[in-house]
Design a protein around this ligand. Structure first.
Ligand code: WQD
Length: 337
């Protein structure tokens, strides 16, 4: 029995592949390399001593996807594949809806056609929009403010309707908060295309000299130091959460939405200063205006993951900063280097 990771050469996919291989699972990766590099497969092998099968395909293409299900007895799918840039989704909404929703639909079709019963879906805290009050519970009101977030929310709904129609399906919708960090080896990590949108890779690229200065988007929020507060979770803790979710799926049916976060809010300046302290360096920054769409605070209520999965994140912000810098120093140009 094998586990298929769509988007498996991506940042979270690669870390999850390592965790699953080390747990003894047979892992198959499918990715179109739109936002990742095939070199990741070599790095996964170097870390684990096992080489996962890899298909360079578009999982939204039914014919291409069926090649994987014909070749392997897939029991579980972890569906990471999708476009994920919030800003880009505002300027290219139709591409986002077509790509992200078709991928979810074709995965569900293939699972039904080939008898795969377990689905772990890569969702996001972005489905809560700016409406809920932190700490956010899974039953908080949802509502998105960008097409990327809507594709996650709509995919959740598609999965719920499919599970209602096909009761043998067991699905977990994992709502990530802010994944950061890298595997301790420094062999895999976050490798964004172009200028990073997200805080941690931006800080890391300033520290390595690739970018000149961080702009802190606003210091007039109603938070302890005025800067935005988020729930940063180490990507290896996140990968462990996927293993726990998969094991839950194996024993249940139905659909559960579950937050994956630490439950702890950390501000921009707190993370920046932790990065400087842990890595003994200085990151130049300036205060700029707020970024459109940002909320003051967003962090998880983590009780449901603890109750259902007996899982909790256990790495601290300092570990996230140390591992990010280790990856960045060893890979100043990402996987290109
Ligand atoms: C974090 C904080 C910014 C960059 C996004 C997506 C979300 C999810 C996680 C996919 C905020 C501040 C940032 C910078 C800054 N992705 N910041 N200067 O916006 O919480 O969530 O990534 O699922 O969908 O929206 O993460 O890292 O962009 O921002 O001051 O150059 O850092 O204002 O307070 P965000 P982020």
């Amino acid at each position: 029995m094998a586990v298929l990771l769509t988007g498996g050469t991506g940042y979270i996919g690669a870390h999850t592949a390592v965790t699953l291989l080390e747990a003894g699972y047979q892992v198959v990766l499918a990715d179109n390399l739109y936002n990742s590099k095939a070199e990741v497969v070599n790095r996964i092998e170097r870390i684990t001593g096992k080489r996962p099968a890899f298909y360079e395909i578009d999982v939204a293409n039914a014919a291409e996807l069926s090649k994987v299900f014909e070749a392997y007895k897939i029991e579980t799918v972890i569906h990471f594949a999708g476009y994920k840039a919030v800003g880009e989704s505002v300027t290219k909404p139709l591409e986002y809806y077509k790509n992200n929703l078709n991928a979810t639909i074709e995965i569900l079709n293939a699972m039904r056609n080939y008898g795969a019963k377990n689905l772990v879906f890569s969702s996001s805290a972005t489905v809560y929009g700016p409406y809920g009050e932190s700490p956010l519970k899974e039953d908080a009101s949802t509502g998105c403010i960008n097409p990327y977030g809507w594709t996650k929310w709509m995919s959740e709904q598609i999965i719920r309707d499919a599970a209602h129609a096909y009761p043998e399906l067991s699905c977990v919708l994992l709502r990530y908060f802010n994944p950061v960090g890298a595997h301790e080896s420094g062999l895999i990590g976050e490798d964004p295309n172009g200028i990073p949108n997200n805080l941690m890779p931006y800080v890391s690229q300033v520290a390595v000299g690739k970018l000149a200065c961080l702009t802190v988007y606003g210091n007039d929020y109603p938070t302890p130091d005025g800067t935005g507060v988020r729930d940063y979770i180490h990507v290896v803790d996140l990968a462990d959460g996927h293993l726990a979710a998969m094991r839950y799926c194996e024993k249940h049916t139905g659909v559960e939405a579950v937050n994956l976060g630490t439950g702890k809010g950390v501000s921009v300046l707190e993370l920046l200063h932790a990065f400087e302290r842990v890595n003994n360096l200085t990151v130049p920054y300036k205060i700029g205006p707020r970024r459109a769409g940002d909320v003051a605070e967003c962090y998880a209520d983590t009780q449901k993951a603890e109750k259902l999965f007996s899982w909790r994140a256990n790495r601290a912000a300092e570990d996230m900063c140390r591992d990010t810098w280790n990856w960045q120093q060893k890979n100043p140009k990402g996987y290109e280097s």
